[in-house]
Design a protein around this ligand. Structure first.
Ligand SMILES: [Fe+2]
Length: 372
């Protein structure tokens, strides 16, 4: 019996190693960018690839995307600190940074203090932080660390709301940050009030075709092969009802980006799209969904290395997501994704709101209007 068990375990281990080894060919840094092919993510056309071509439209915004830094977990800070230093050193090439949640391992005060000390190493103007499930406390502590997480978030972002969600902007482009209002250790609870907030903020931000960035630690249900990436404990994604409501809101507009973390699924695509029907960059119902790998704790599919993140560049006609190891500085040219956009507009081209018109005061009784 023991022999059979050992054989089964060996086979499972061999299969896992083979799959992940095939899925994670870390390219050598040759010092020159040579993007052979891009993965086309338009409405999730599985396994489509195309030659890389220069965008035709105007460059609108460039963001570095990182997630799941997990400061407090073993060795996380020794990976995350150099990554933030690299992002800072290149800040002139970008417009901002999004950190998509699980900043800390357990939400303790000393972890938040360390995490934000590292993040403050970025001296650019536009870093946006998001709280994840680990930031509110783990397992039996879940929810107890919320006040600490919100306090540190607010100090860093310069906001005062006590809600789990808020909005900000990067160079005039709206960034809507969602957050769980419940205390479950893995899953997110999103109220209708929060969805109303998202609806109003996106409506305002998307005016004139501008791109809008909705950031939530949890991906939407049935995106990014989340049921495979997070199969054991329910909570890898927003629940189906919330996903439906959110997609109904976001799909009303062109050029909406939904950016998540949580899955620790690495940079993936060629293999996971074929095997599991999912990928870390997908377009669903017109929404560009991007699931960002873990920077500080490692990943379990595709490119698994700590220090992995993405650079997102939005042009008028398409968005390009480039996989990157921020720790080593390598551009992962086998992991470049493209999504077509419908005429995304820069702020400068978006129509201005009409000036408010003061209503004419009614004439008081007895007052006579005289002709000019
Ligand atoms: Fe995480």
């Amino acid at each position: 019996m023991k022999k059979i068990t050992a054989v089964i375990l060996a086979v499972i281990l061999a299969l896992f190693t083979a799959v992940t080894a095939f899925a994670a060919p870390l390219p050598q840094d040759t010092g020159a960018r040579a993007i052979p092919n891009v993965m086309v993510a338009d409405e999730f056309r599985a396994a489509d690839t195309a030659a890389y071509t220069q965008a035709q439209g105007e460059k609108i915004i460039t963001l570095d995307l990182v997630s799941d830094t997990h400061i407090g977990a073993s060795n996380a800070s020794s990976y995350v600190r150099p990554c933030i230093e690299r992002i800072n050193a290149e800040k002139d090439q970008t417009d901002g940074v999004i950190v998509a949640g699980d900043l800390t391992q357990s939400g303790y005060e000393d972890e938040f203090s360390d995490a934000y000390a590292i993040l403050r190493g970025y001296t650019g103007e536009n870093m946006v932080t998001v709280n994840g499930n680990h930031d509110y406390g783990r397992w039996t502590q879940s929810g107890k660390m919320r006040p600490v997480a919100i306090k540190y978030r607010n100090e860093f972002m310069g906001i005062t709301t006590q809600k789990d969600y808020y909005s900000t902007d990067i160079n005039g482009y709206k960034v809507v940050v969602m957050g769980s209002e419940g205390n479950r250790p893995n899953s997110a609870d999103i109220s209708d009030e929060q969805l109303d907030f998202v609806r109003a903020e996106v409506a305002e931000g998307a005016r004139g075709g501008k791109p809008v960035f909705v950031v939530c630690h949890w991906p939407m249900r049935n995106t990014h092969c989340e049921r495979i990436s997070w199969p054991i404990i329910p909570g890898g994604a927003l629940d189906s009802a919330t996903t439906r409501k959110l997609q109904n809101i976001l799909s009303q507009y062109d050029n909406i980006f939904y950016i998540s973390g949580h899955l620790h699924a690495g940079l993936n695509g060629r293999l996971t799209r074929r095997l599991f029907g999912g990928c870390c960059v997908e377009q669903r119902n017109g929404i560009t969904c991007i699931n960002v790998p873990s920077l500080g704790k490692g990943n379990h599919l595709g490119v698994r290395a700590k220090g992995t993140g993405m650079r997102l560049t939005v042009y008028g006609d398409k968005a390009v997501v480039e996989g990157r190891n921020y720790y080593t500085g390598e551009w992962l040219d086998n992991y470049v994704y493209e999504v077509s956009l419908k005429g995304a507009s820069p702020v400068s081209a978006a129509p201005e709101l009409p000036d408010a018109v003061e209503p004419e005061s009614p004439a008081l009784p007895g007052e006579e209007k005289t002709a000019a």
